[in-house]
Design a protein around this ligand. Structure first.
Ligand SMILES: Cc1cc2nc3c(=O)[nH]c(=O)nc-3n(C[C@H](O)[C@H](O)[C@H](O)COP(=O)(O)OP(=O)(O)OC[C@H]3O[C@@H](n4cnc5c(N)ncnc54)[C@H](O)[C@@H]3O)c2cc1C
Length: 416
């Protein structure tokens, strides 16, 4: 069924009784050409682009829970291409281009909204760094504008400009960045992949890999053994646990990240703002809630809930940036498990086991990467060659000293 204004009108006349499920609920087949483990944004996008770009016929996504239950449905929805390093920025620009046409491509309203992102700076050195970053963004066509304090004040007069320690000196504006409805992205990819024949199998946890003589034969699951020519792992926060089943140890730690939403307010914030003196980012949802977050919790965990010191830290960041936030009541908060890599950049690579591929290490920035990650992972799985814009995302980069340390903070996951 194609979604359109006409389809809605037809359904109105039928009392909305004619809508069909957005995707099928198939039984797993005994074998597939391609299996993607993880029905988050990255896994679903991979399956979709395998079918669409590479005409792959027998593709399955195996998801241990339900579609949208992982980080794809837990994030603060920010999409952007404002990176500095060569290994990263072209990849995120490809992602942004795919976002810009995503809804037409999927025939699904994912509420992609290019409302702009403003990174605030509070010192002269920070402004210099943003100038450099803005140039890198302009080289790849992502667009960037450097604003002075008056430029920022014209957009957001309610910010705390004259803080004694962290006055706002300006900001880097990325107009093409913005937000998208997070779980809508998962549903859109799931529906579009299903329409191209991909089997999306929920409640199917992968519990092991069958590997013989360095070659992958298939996967053990809670619904039985399934054979596969090629398997791609895209399980985000569970990367360490799943790859351990194949005998691999990854340069990844799992940490929880929390998100917060206030009660609905009148429109006050039409873009996304990030605070440059602490870790705090905020936007306003179409329902009116202020959606915000900050740092990861400092310890390793697989629990999808956070602790109070980080709540306090995020609240402090919000108060020092926009004191009026103190009047809003917090409505909801939740956590998701992040796959924090040691240099803050991801992996899209072979594993060294024939037929097994790995996608992960997205840290807390993987939502915006979803389209390009799926596109490039599908390219790698189908052709056995890395896509040009993802060629730096190698698993051996720590051994070869070719880290992609975007923040320049070293091997310290909680600082990325
Ligand atoms: C609070 C929060 C805020 C964030 N904010 C942003 C943001 O503003 N912008 C941004 O770009 N990024 C953000 N992120 C990061 C982003 O959400 C993630 O990097 C990204 O969603 C991870 O990829 P995914 O969607 O594929 O993950 P997931 O949705 O977590 O998908 C992985 C799936 O694998 C499944 N799985 C695990 N183990 C198995 C198994 N053994 N067998 C089968 N299936 C398995 C899981 O059930 C899960 O559904 C945020 C994350 C959080 C938690």
């Amino acid at each position: 069924m194609r979604y359109s204004a006409l389809a809605i009108m037809r359904q109105v006349l039928q009392g909305h009784r004619g809508w069909t499920p957005a995707w099928r609920d198939p039984e797993p087949q005994s074998s597939y050409d391609f299996i993607v483990i993880g029905g988050g944004g990255h896994g679903l996008a991979t399956a979709y682009y395998l079918a669409k770009e590479h005409n792959a016929a027998k593709v399955a996504v195996l998801e241990k829970g339900w579609i949208g239950g992982g980080n794809v449905g837990r994030n603060t929805t920010i999409i952007r291409a404002n990176y500095l390093l060569d290994g990263n920025q072209p990849f995120y620009e490809l992602s942004l281009k795919l976002w810009e046409n995503l809804e037409q491509d999927l025939n699904y309203n994912a509420m992609v909204s290019q409302r702009g992102i403003l990174n605030l700076c509070h010192t002269d050195a920070q402004r210099d760094a943003y100038r450099r970053r803005g140039n890198a963004m302009m080289f790849t066509g992502s667009g960037a504008e450097l604003l002075d304090a008056e430029g920022v004040r014209a957009m957001y007069p309610f910010l705390n400009f004259d803080d004694a320690r962290f006055p706002i000196k300006g900001g880097l504006l990325h107009r093409r960045g913005g937000t998208a409805r997070h779980d809508g992205v998962a549903w859109g990819y799931a529906r579009a992949a299903d329409q191209r024949g991909v089997d999306i199998i929920q409640n199917c946890e992968v519990t092991g890999f069958r590997i013989e003589n360095g070659k992958l034969l298939g996967v053990e699951t809670t619904r039985g053994y399934i054979g596969a020519k090629k398997v791609g792992v895209a399980v985000a926060g569970s990367s360490g646990r799943v790859m351990a089943q194949a005998g691999m140890r990854l340069p990844i730690e799992s940490h929880v990240l929390q998100a917060f939403v206030t009660e609905g307010l009148k429109p006050v914030l039409d873009g996304v703002i990030t605070y440059g003196a602490g870790h705090f980012y905020v936007s306003q949802s179409d329902k009116g809630g202020l959606v915000f977050g900050g740092d990861i919790d400092g310890y390793n965990t697989y629990a999808q809930r956070g602790n109070l010191p980080v709540v306090e830290d995020v609240a402090e960041g919000g108060m020092s940036l926009m004191p009026m936030i103190g009047r809003a009541r917090l409505l909801r908060m939740w956590g998701g498990v992040m796959d924090m890599s040691m240099d803050g950049s991801p992996f899209i690579d072979h594993t060294g086991i024939e037929g097994l591929y790995f996608n992960g290490g997205w840290c807390y920035g993987g939502f915006k990467a979803t389209p390009a990650s799926g596109f490039c992972f599908a390219h790698l799985m189908a052709t056995d060659r890395p896509h040009d814009v993802a060629s730096a995302y190698r698993l051996d980069r720590f051994r070869t000293g070719q880290m992609i340390d975007e923040k320049g903070v070293g091997a310290q996951p909680n600082l990325h």
